[in-house]
Design a protein around this ligand. Sequence first.
Ligand SMILES: Nc1ncnc2c1ncn2[C@@H]1O[C@H](COP(=O)(O)OP(=O)(O)OP(=O)(O)O)[C@@H](O)[C@H]1O
Length: 703
Amino acid sequence: MADLDDQVWVSIDENQFIQGKVTSIKGTDCSVACDDVKDIQKANPPQFEKVSDMAKLTHLNEPSVLHNLKSRYQDDSIYTYSGLFLVAVNPYKSLPLYTQDIVDSYIQESIKEPHLFAVANIAYDNLIRNNKDQSILVTGESGAGKTESTKKIIQFLTAKASSNLRSLDQQILQANPLLESFGNAQTVRNDNSSRFGKFIRIEVDKAGHICGATIDWYLLEKSRIVTQNPNERNYHIFYQLLAGAPAELLSKIKLGRDPNQYNYLKNCNKSISGISDSDEFQKLVAAMSIVGFSIEEQTNIFTVLSIILHIGNIAFSEDRSGQARISNPESVRQLCTLMSVSYSKFSESLISPKVKAGREFVTQKRSASQAKFTADSVAKALYERLFATLVKRINQTLQRQGDVHHFIGVLDIAGFEIFEHNSFEQLCINYTNEKLQQFFNHHMFVLEQEEYSREQIDWNFVDYALDLQKTIGVIEGTKPIGLLSCLDEDSVMPAATDRSFTDKINSIWGSDSDEQDNAVFQPLKLKQGFQLSHYAGKVEYSTEGWLEKNKDPMTEALCELFSGSEFTFLAELFREGLLGNQTKGKRGQFRTVSQRHREQLSALMSILEATEPYFIRCIIPNNEHRAGMIDNALVLKQLRCNGVLEGIRISRSGFPNRIFYHDFQSRYKILSKKSLKGLSSKEEKSSVETNTNQRSEIFGNYV
Ligand SMILES: Nc1ncnc2c1ncn2[C@@H]1O[C@H](COP(=O)(O)OP(=O)(O)OP(=O)(O)O)[C@@H](O)[C@H]1O
């Protein structure tokens, strides 16, 4: 409880706090100089104003954290430490924080202010000192600044640990425009939104120089190829190609310049204000050359993009019996020439495919909408495979001969998502974040434990990683069967539907036990779906379309057709193992999206667990993309979702403050009976111990 004249925070609703001063205390009643209070939390003394590490705050509560971030942000101090986290608030304006001079200052450690460079610098130094791999985990919601932060970390590392080969540094930096052209798109939240997650490992040799890099990618948003919201766009590359490619190239790959000619591009935005797609194309081609793509390879890649756009233009009609027909056969013939596959086989696989029934093959009749669905699936699969090849090719260039001693990995992955409508994609991303948060909690636990035993302090610290296990168990568990395994089972059952899958998981996880109100899984009463409690909050998932979303869209016949193409680049896209998912499962089916994601995630977690991690939390300050403005509710929501508040909760359950003996002496010497002047550091320590033992009622457990 607060004392007279204390500065306090008063909550006026869940997300708003105002500062006040205690004016009188009578018994349990307390008057504060402000109105409408619900809850009071202590404010910090003035010397803590704008502290660069919030772990130092005497009162570590939500309003203090928000106030501190906000007042620093107003001074353009966008980076703040919060214990193990570096919090980065998107400035939405260009700040002079990333010049070569600033890079040099962080390398020389002449600036102490929180910064991405400071984190990267420590990671590098620890790699050398501790002889251990390092990882920097950057998360945040869309538009929060993850990709920009990742680029800056890599900029710093290439400067600090510059390779002996200048060309390699350049290639690492230039891989980015390539990834952005093919993996980023305009969305309502961000004009340059990454639609995939990535883990970039910067590899270092024994001498401490960069000797290579490897990029892993996760969960590319394939649906965007086929449909986009009206205020968004398809992937940048399509617009860049149409706007910037020379006329001869376009004519060679059978493309026109106008995006309105293509179904996959015409129903959404065509341009982004302030961006020239044509200039971006020139930059892309330059980057492709630096990364080592030959002109032939570039043309092959652009041809596949043309194929995708033409697949989107295949028009289907139906005859009287409901059998699909291709109504623009001439254009589809041209498309087949571009693909170097037989027209009859291709059209058959779309409108009347042969499928295995027992030992025999039977011809299936397809409606126009079914045929369109298959064509769209082919386009999506082609794009994903093209993206996979591109990254694989970049990795080949970035892998140098020479011994990789250790790496610093930078993970740039979407943060926790709670939308109005949450589907399979949100479950995958939230599951990933749940695992990453568990990793963080466990790491924090281990560090605390080490610290306490070093200081020989009695402790009873809980491993908060276990809190998250219940939810993770529901998603990935095996007993009785987790959501994802259940989905995989149903995805290969001919008779299963989204409804039957939902009923099944509800009956497994949503039993009517006494504990049901507290259970992490709850069936939804009014909708087809379920609710899951994540550390960041409860999320309702709708299960519509999950079976289709989870299946590999390519049939065996289509894979065979493409892998037999004379256009070898296209055929190679269907080679075994490209997506790591083509090794067939037990029943001869292709791997599902969920299987692949679980495998990738588990590989990622094993890598991360063997590293020393650093955590960067990017925050979007407002939804208007405006500089200098903080939306309290929005920022608090993110601090909850990204684990910063969870981290604070955990620190508060231990010993929240750590003060050097010397600082402690100067701050509290007035309370000591003895003179504490001129003590050696050893004496300082013992005098702090004596004084705190005597006055534990004053210091509580703060030291
Ligand atoms: N440090 C920064 N300095 C200046 N502007 C920034 C900075 N960080 C982010 N921005 C601005 O915010 C925009 C969005 O940032 P970014 O693309 O990095 O977000 P993101 O978190 O990666 O989003 P998504 O998940 O959608 O990919 C950038 O295009 C840029 O305009």
